[in-house]
Ligand binder design. Structure first.
Ligand code: SF4
Length: 457
């Protein structure tokens, strides 16, 4: 089994919503293309007259609703997901005829919505979410690059390995499966968070303090999204005209204090709040994707506000959650276009369950069982967002994912540790097989399921 060398800061990325694969990935790909065309010789770009962008697979099917065209323009303008202003980003292409300029050396190449082509139907590229970017001369292609947006904002260029931190570096505790991870822990008498932290230090070249500071920043972005969402009322962008629910739910939870229901209502409100911010295109953190960016913020906000866990406990919980995200990404996929929603919200729930179990001080067997149970009860879950907007079922699904994470943690910690019949590695294998069997119609194309059943939208 090959070694996991993904950094936690690749898994948890800050950027504008609503979709990591359809917004963050394309923005990064377009930005990468901008760098590449600027590395060409002056003579090569002399005749450059246009940039053409072709979007395939689910990028073409639901890219409009996910803001893929705006993301491409933003990347070509030199904007990055973590640095871009969400308000300026939302304003891109507000006028479909707006002309933007791509800076190539000292030339300014015009680009408009007409240069971005949503290519419908089947294709032969190896990944569903494929982008082809071309720098065009007067009558020929000067340079072209094929990109794959493989989920969670990760991109891959044709012919190259998945972009990841430092592929040539061997972490001190290599693992590719949970079995191998547990063997490392046991051989070196280390806790789960200690193994992940030690590997992260080598993968990123950062020290322990720097990593902790960046984890604190991740929580800061997550919890800011929760707090904004709890206060933001009104309608979400797009034709569905979906009303935000989080502020009302939060008020309900406060009014219920002391009532047993209040705990779940708080958790629902926190998860909905972050998820509604994602749907509004505001800044969120992929966890592991933007579509699933309500689960971990919701769970961790609960741990901070209700359990009063301190920073260090939350940091170790995020490291445990990252371990589960890495395992799914490495051995199946976190992309809705490949696995359906079990790859997104299912993975987020498993990460949340692991975080809860680890923060509560349970041994690795319980952490593993919690993650396994969470995935097991998301198996087969389709991705069929109405109109291609990350709103229905996505927003409530995040709240459901958080509640399932909590219940998976409760079930796992109820005394049967080590007796789980299905291992995390096995359920991830089942997820992969189920995702491969799943019809393309249910993988972020909005061609079936709920996407076709709405009577109101
Ligand atoms: S249904 Fe799930 S996988 Fe699909 S866009 Fe919504 S959150 Fe993402």
């Amino acid at each position: 089994m090959s070694t996991i060398v993904t950094s936690i800061f690749e898994l948890f990325k800050v950027g504008p919503g609503p979709s990591s694969s359809h917004t963050i990935g394309p923005m990064k790909a377009a930005f990468d293309f901008l760098i590449r065309i600027n590395a060409l010789d002056d003579a090569q770009v002399l005749t450059a007259s246009a940039v053409e962008v072709f979007l395939f697979g689910s990028l073409s099917a639901t890219g409009k609703g996910h803001g893929t065209d705006r993301a491409v323009i933003a990347g070509l303008l030199g904007w990055t997901p973590e640095g871009c202003d969400p308000v300026a980003f939302a304003a891109l292409l507000a006028d479909e005829n707006e002309r933007y300029s791509v800076a190539v050396h000292d030339r300014r190449i015009p680009i408009t919505a007409a240069h971005i082509h949503f290519v419908k139907g089947q294709h032969d590229f190896p990944f569903s979410n494929t982008m082809l970017l071309r720098l065009m001369g007067d009558d020929s292609i000067i340079f072209e690059q094929e990109y794959y947006s493989v989920g969670g904002g990760f991109i891959q260029r044709k012919g190259e390995e998945l972009q990841s931190g430092a592929l040539s570096i061997e972490p001190p505790y290599p693992y590719g499966t949970m079995k191998e991870l547990k063997a490392q822990m046991s051989a070196h008498s280390l806790g789960l968070d200690e193994v992940i932290l030690a590997n992260e230090m080598v993968i990123t070249g950062l020290g322990r303090k720097q990593i902790y500071r960046r984890i604190d920043d991740i929580f800061d972005f997550m919890h800011r999204a929760v707090r904004r969402g709890l206060k933001s009322e009104g309608t979400l962008p797009g034709p569905i005209r979906l009303e935000r629910k989080a502020p009302g739910l939060y008020q309900t939870a406060r009014a219920l204090r002391g009532n047993p229901d209040s705990f779940l209502v708080f958790l629902n409100a926190y998860s909905l709040a972050a998820s509604e911010e994602n749907a509004a295109g505001r800044i969120v953190v992929t966890a592991p994707t933007s579509g699933a960016s309500g689960v971990i913020p919701g769970v961790s906000y609960l741990l901070k506000k209700h359990y009063r866990y301190d920073k260090q406990k939350l940091r170790s919980g995020l490291l445990a959650a990252a371990a589960v995200g890495f395992l799914v990404k490495h051995n199946a996929s976190i992309s809705g276009a490949e696995m359906g929603c079990m790859g997104e919200v299912g993975t987020a729930a498993a990460m949340g369950a692991a975080m809860l179990a680890h923060c509560a001080g349970h041994p690795i067997e319980v952490v593993e069982a919690a993650a396994e149970i969470a995935i097991e009860h998301h198996l087969g879950m389709t991705c069929d967002p109405i109109g291609g907007y990350v709103q229905i079922p996505c927003i409530e699904r995040n709240a459901m994912g958080a509640v399932k994470a909590y219940n998976a943690y409760l079930l796992a910690s109820a005394g049967s540790s080590g007796k789980q019949k299905i291992s995390l590695d096995n359920v991830i294998r089942v997820m992969r097989a189920t995702g491969l069997d799943m019809s393309k119609k249910y993988k972020e194309t909005s061609e079936a399921g709920l996407a076709l059943s709405s009577t109101e939208c």
